[in-house]
Ligand binder design. Structure first.
Ligand SMILES: [Zn+2]
Length: 104
């Protein structure tokens, strides 16, 4: 077990929850009768469709994936922008923080 095994498990659970929520929203948006959405969807790339679902959810998913990959690479807790350590208090409040207070 790695140093951040518990945090990683927590992040993965949160990630699963958000991915499930995003796909549920996507599914409900794709229901027949919503012709405007259907037409738009044909012209959109998958990423664009996801963005229309909700910026908060999709950016959270991206942040959590980044945090998990940084646990795997051994860089968890280090700011992606300036490279300084992210404070323990900040990580406790926001386990998937990838930037320090100054850079966020
Ligand atoms: Zn920073």
């Amino acid at each position: 077990m790695g140093k951040y095994a518990v945090i990683k498990a927590t992040l993965k659970a949160k990630l699963d929850e958000l991915v499930e929520r995003a796909s549920a929203i996507e599914a409900s948006m794709g229901t027949p009768g919503n012709s405007d959405w259907e037409e738009n969807a044909i012209e959109s790339e998958d990423d664009d469709v996801l963005l229309t679902i909700g910026d908060v959810t999709t950016s959270d998913i991206a942040e959590i994936r980044l945090a998990i990959s940084r646990i795997d690479s051994g860089h968890y807790g280090q700011c992606v922008t300036c490279g300084k350590a992210i404070s323990k208090e900040r990580l406790a409040a926001l386990p998937y923080a990838t930037r320090c207070i100054d850079c966020s």
